[in-house]
Design a protein around this ligand. Structure first.
Ligand SMILES: CC(C)(COP(=O)(O)OP(=O)(O)OC[C@H]1O[C@@H](n2cnc3c(N)ncnc32)[C@H](O)[C@@H]1OP(=O)(O)O)[C@@H](O)C(=O)NCCC(=O)NCCS
Length: 248
């Protein structure tokens, strides 16, 4: 069983005993809004069957952990990384503190710090990214505090999400500049690379898609980065959009 400790929380592998809390949180309408999904509507017995199957046959592309309050031993939420891409050395992160009385008391920040330390010390991943709803300022503040920086906005199913990322070197150097400093720095330096190469507009993005728009800025590593929004041109995927990042 994996267990790693922070200052306020312990992260541990999930167990079947967590199912009852997870069911309570997944069926909670307010908690569902933070993930822009409808609350779960499923009988507990069915949820438990799926839950135990997932524990028995975990996917290698996802790691889920329970967040436990060190002081009381109470299971207060979950944190996970998923879409683990060993080739690109990146993964997406998700977090949810289900117990409301624990919000805004530093538990989320400590859980994030503890997970990032675990990831960067036990895997070869270099980049962790996430998406959070644009109105979720508490979450964005917690992510910023551990060093995540906003990189773009993404619209999905009518919701606007802020994409944020952190690289191993930033985390390990302990730098977590305030958002305003990062934005000021990026917007100044972005002037140097405002126009992405024109040739890109003639090239396909990922899938059979055409370039819709490109937004350029400088990443924290000093590299010019363009976020390309792609609109599918194929019949089968007509109307689908996607985002891609290229540097030059
Ligand atoms: C998002 C979440 C993980 C953050 O964990 P947390 O323990 O509440 O956060 P922390 O206390 O570590 O940090 C929150 C920060 O936001 C600040 N904050 C709280 N409410 C805020 C608001 N409405 N606007 C701006 N900042 C706010 C807090 O003051 C704190 O910053 P500070 O330490 O500089 O004062 C947790 O609140 C949560 O799970 N919420 C419900 C689900 C959710 O939003 N999940 C994220 C989906 S991406």
């Amino acid at each position: 069983m994996m267990e790693t400790r922070g200052e306020k929380v312990l992260l541990r592998d999930k167990t079947l005993d967590d199912a009852i809390d997870d069911y309570r949180w997944r069926t909670d309408p307010e908690l569902a809004t933070f993930d822009a999904v409808p609350p779960l509507r499923m009988a507990f017995q069915d949820f438990l069957t799926i839950y135990s199957e997932e524990l028995r046959y975990p996917t290698p592309r996802q790691k889920n952990f329970a967040i436990v309050d060190l002081a009381t031993g109470k299971h207060i939420g979950n944190i996970m990384y998923y879409d683990i891409d060993e080739y690109r050395r990146q993964a997406e992160l998700g977090i949810m503190i289900g117990e409301r009385e624990y919000w805004s008391h530093g538990y989320g920040t400590d859980a994030l710090t503890t997970l990032l330390r675990h990831i960067f010390s036990t895997t070869r991943l270099e980049r962790i990214y996430l998406h959070t709803l644009d109105w979720n300022h508490r979450a964005q503040r917690a992510f910023e505090k551990v060093g995540f920086v906003p990189i773009s906005t993404v619209t999905r199913r009518g919701h606007t999400f802020v994409a944020m990322e952190i690289y191993r070197d930033r985390f390990e150097s302990g730098k977590s500049p305030a958002r305003t400093q990062v934005q000021a720095q990026d917007s100044t330096r972005a002037d140097a690379c405002r126009a992405p190469p024109a040739a890109w507009s003639a090239q396909p993005c990922h899938l059979p898609a055409v370039l819709d728009s490109a937004r350029a800025f400088v990443s924290h590593q000093g590299v010019c980065v363009a976020h390309l929004t792609c609109q599918s041109s194929g019949h089968a995927r007509r109307g689908a959009t996607g985002e891609e990042k290229r540097s030059w």
